[in-house]
Design a protein around this ligand. Structure first.
Ligand SMILES: [Zn+2]
Ligand SMILES: [Zn+2]
Length: 209
């Protein structure tokens, strides 16, 4: 049974990660309970689509995030999903269905006036947080210059891993990042050797400007 918010004396665990106050959501005002992340199962495909993420709906790419609970978790930097964490309605919806990307580039080191043309998918968000210590939530936008720098770090690492141990690399991961991370209009060409795709991705991004 989910606990009633009125009786809850402590903040929900996500509050520690994202700040803000726990409580009710004005939009989903009937929901008065803390629920486990595993119980957050609303349909997120329209939300993913509105963030320009692969939604899994009428799309040949699988949804970028598998459930509402996972989305909430990733948006506060918890990339190892903990199904039993209970979330209050405010954090549930502010990190999930009601979250909106800023119009400006989400890279903290962004300089200049370039507009957002790229979207951060889960794999890139996770990589930047865990390996680079930069937190950019899934669905946030990047300008093309920042994307080249940040996605380039990810791809460099993929290539290095491949050089070390070609059998260990998850080819699907490399391929889907190439397809999804460069969500914006990139020229489509015939499939080439997957080993070169990560490199090509950067080249296309540069050409586009
Ligand atoms: Zn909360
Ligand atoms: Zn930028």
């Amino acid at each position: 049974m989910a606990a009633n918010v009125d009786k809850q004396t402590t903040h929900c665990p996500l509050q520690k990660f994202t700040g803000g106050k726990c409580g009710f959501s004005a939009t989903f005002s009937r929901e008065k309970e803390y629920v486990k992340l595993s119980e957050c199962t609303k349909n997120i495909s329209n939300h993913l689509k509105s963030c320009k993420l692969p939604s899994g709906h009428q799309s040949k790419w699988e949804a970028d995030v598998s459930s509402e609970g996972h989305l909430i978790s990733y948006r506060c930097g918890l990339f190892s999903f903990q199904p039993d964490l209970k979330v209050c309605p405010v954090h549930r919806y502010n990190l999930g269905l009601l979250w909106k990307p800023a119009r400006s580039c989400a890279n903290p080191d962004h300089k200049g006036s370039k507009k957002v043309t790229k979207v951060v998918i889960t794999k890139l968000s996770r990589y930047l947080f865990i390996r680079e210590g930069i937190f950019i939530p899934v669905g946030a936008g990047l300008c093309s210059s920042c994307f080249i720098i940040l996605n380039g770090k990810y791809n460099e690492e993929q290539i290095e891993l491949e050089n070390v141990s070609p059998d260990c690399i998850d080819k699907e991961d490399v391929e889907s990042l190439d397809q999804e991370a460069s969500y914006s209009l990139r020229p489509r060409t015939q499939k080439v050797n997957i080993r070169t795709i990560a490199v090509r991705n950067d080249i296309y991004a540069i050409k586009k400007d």
